[in-house]
Write a protein that binds this ligand. Sequence first.
Ligand SMILES: Nc1ncnc2c1ncn2[C@@H]1O[C@H](COP(=O)(O)OP(=O)(O)OP(=O)(O)O)[C@@H](O)[C@H]1O
Ligand SMILES: [Mg+2]
Length: 429
Amino acid sequence: MGKNILIVTGSDYSDIVYQAFYDTKKLGHKLYLLSDGSFEPRPEVFEKHFIYDLRKTKESLEYMKNQNEKFDAVTIKTSEWLTPLVALLAKQYGCIGNEPIVAFNCRSKYHMRQCLERGGVPIPKFKLCKNYEELINGIREIKTPCVAKPVGGNASYGTFMIRDEKDIESLKENYENSIKFLKEKAIDSDVFAFDKEEMDLIGVDGHVDMITDYLVEEFMDGHEISVDALVQNGEVNIIGTEDQVRMEPPYFVQLAARLPYVCSANEQAQISDLIKLTIKAMNIKNSATHTEIMFTSQGPKIVEIGCRIGGDNLHDDILNLTGYNLMFESIMIALGEKRHYEVKNKGHKVLKYILPEKKGRIKKIHIPDEIKYDSNNFNIEILSSVDDFVALPPEKFDYIGYISGRGETAEEAEKNTNEALKKIEIIIE
Ligand SMILES: Nc1ncnc2c1ncn2[C@@H]1O[C@H](COP(=O)(O)OP(=O)(O)OP(=O)(O)O)[C@@H](O)[C@H]1O
Ligand SMILES: [Mg+2]
């Protein structure tokens, strides 16, 4: 029998994600959308588009409770900040999902570290700091080199390294700049806090401010990968892996990615064990997950985990390489349909982020059609607009967009992406 499925989102979707919706509808189900109204979804996909200011978690729940429609499944693609709301809605309707506190523990990097520590997962030393004084003391305790990051951040906004005493001289300015940037983001887009009442509703022990509370962590040296895995009834299946390239410290904005991450069978087994241990420690039961691992000189350690699909290109590129549509799979998991996976990668993808070359106002963005419709399958996403003021850390943590290209080998994918990138024209004044 057809089921009612609620999709929650902070932004619109790519063609490939819409394909998941069409495929779900073909099975006889009905789809509904809950968003903040920042975009118009494609016509005739959703029975109804509920719009509310989703930064207000408790009010959004109330708003949905007062609707006539009831749902058999609730799920999300990537919007990290909305995962607690998705879990609360699933609970409200008695649907399959993660517990709200599990989603919150993935949102608050402090609570995440506590869960991972209890679960015996390898992580760096960490300390919660609620103001500048505590931040200084935290750095003294953890010792340099260390990393400071906002408890509720994403996209590495406001994250920086303190390499030595010299970096402490600019700490106050760095910290204040970051908080200013995060507060602006909290108002107009995708980082936001939960109020006291909302944290009580979720059952949070030890309230945190997602923007002004910082975590100081021991610096992990080494290279970083991400892993997208699907979890059904606590059972873990790794679908996609990505090798990450990030900025040189003291900032960590991602510059590029290579999919899949190529490694030995031995290393694959080690990654698989670590992901399973991490998901168990967080108590994630039914959802997609996105985890970052750092290979340090003391062995692999967890950077973070989210109970959602990886962002940017990952959804579309993982489909391109493995044939699995993670949005469709997330819907099936939310419906309780038993899934089975056998993952084989066909080819490689290389993604490059387009960062501002200098600080200033964007005057022109031009992407020639020849690369938009090229057979090397370029996924191109431009996130900034003409007239936006953009800058690099420490002032701002902007990126203009990204492009990812395909090849039979990793080298070929890299070459294709680089050539296409040269044809994109961005003028900043
Ligand atoms: N303890 C650490 N040691 C070394 N590098 C770190 C540490 N913590 C974070 N980083 C770097 O900063 C990046 C951002 O941190 P984290 O993933 O925790 O925050 P985020 O804002 O959710 O990031 P993103 O969305 O970019 O993945 C990490 O991917 C990693 O490169
Ligand atoms: Mg991260």
